[in-house]
Design a protein around this ligand. Sequence first.
Ligand SMILES: [Zn+2]
Length: 255
Amino acid sequence: MKLYAMSCGYLRCRKVAFVPTADKSIVMDSPMPVYLITHPGGNVLFDTGPNPVVFDDAAKHWGGLAKAFQPLGDKESGVAAQLEKIGVETGDIKYVVNSHLHFDHAGGNRFFPGATFIVQKEELVCARDPEYAERGYIQADWDDPALHYEAIEGERDLFGDGLLRIIPVVGHTLGHQVLVVRLPHQGAMILSGDGVPCEENLLQAIVTRTNMDNDLALRSIEKLRRLVVQEDALLIHGHDATQWGKIRHAPAYYD
Ligand SMILES: [Zn+2]
């Protein structure tokens, strides 16, 4: 089993968007990660990045979000093109696990009509709630009758062998989840989505500004800290430009 880490272009934004205590002048080109895990039972994708149309015209697709978040990339940056570079076709993906359904995590969902999408039931409730429209969810990205969503509640051991465990880590959204991957050589890796987008969020227990529920988000940071220790895991942050520069990227992989 291998894990490939790829970024679907970059998101230029102020660091305070993720770390409220950061200097306001710091601008960061943060990754928009997607991960492919080649489990013997089928290929699994964690998140699908942004919709690649935003690299042509972000405001048209993202609306007001494009004021704070500027996507950097081109047509080669989308999830399908990224997979193609390592010889994987979109039809080869059995499961897609979305950490949540925000614009930078579920924008490529429409490329996987043959996959089963595993999301928390609560995430679908949030994404359909008019209260949260215009606040991170782009309905056209994920709400497509051609896509098959399996709504789960709580933890799920995807193949029943402990190698890929989905764990709710809520607060950023009410249905946010992370994936714990157990690799034969590397050991455990935690793909944290926006649970702790940057290292400071984890180390200093700082919640981001854009959470639905800050109390839950703070408890989730503690949960992630315990998980890192229990699993002796390498945690990969959702949007940390510094960490992203240090980890292995496709075509290199973790195994
Ligand atoms: Zn995000």
